[in-house]
Design a protein. Structure first.
Length: 101
């Protein structure tokens, strides 16, 4: 299995936050976008395995919001960054032959 360069997403917790929602999308995320919830004290995840939805390659938006114990949600704080979780093509036509040098 190929290895890919993992990425860390971390954030400072919102005041009075009990849960943070992390949105990852190729379009600017909205409250209707897919997200994963992380209970405090989690304030970082490692991609791609820390996010429950597939992440391909290209430019992605990462958004984080905080929820309090009543379910009130902050604005989504958004950054954009290129991700590439696809490995390059593997070598092929490997040959082993006698060497007389």
């Amino acid at each position: 299995m190929a290895r890919i360069q993992r990425q860390r997403v971390k954030w400072d917790p919102g005041s009075d936050a009990v849960i943070h929602r992390v949105y990852i999308s190729q379009e600017e995320p909205t409250y209707d976008s897919p997200y994963a919830e992380f209970e405090m004290p989690v304030t970082e995840i490692i991609l791609p395995e820390g996010f429950p939805y597939p992440i391909g390659e290209g430019d992605f938006y990462v958004g984080v919001s905080a929820l309090d114990d009543l379910g009130n949600e902050t604005d989504i704080v958004i950054v954009s960054t290129p991700f590439d979780f696809s490995p390059p093509g593997a070598p092929s036509n490997i040959i082993i032959e006698p060497y007389s040098g």
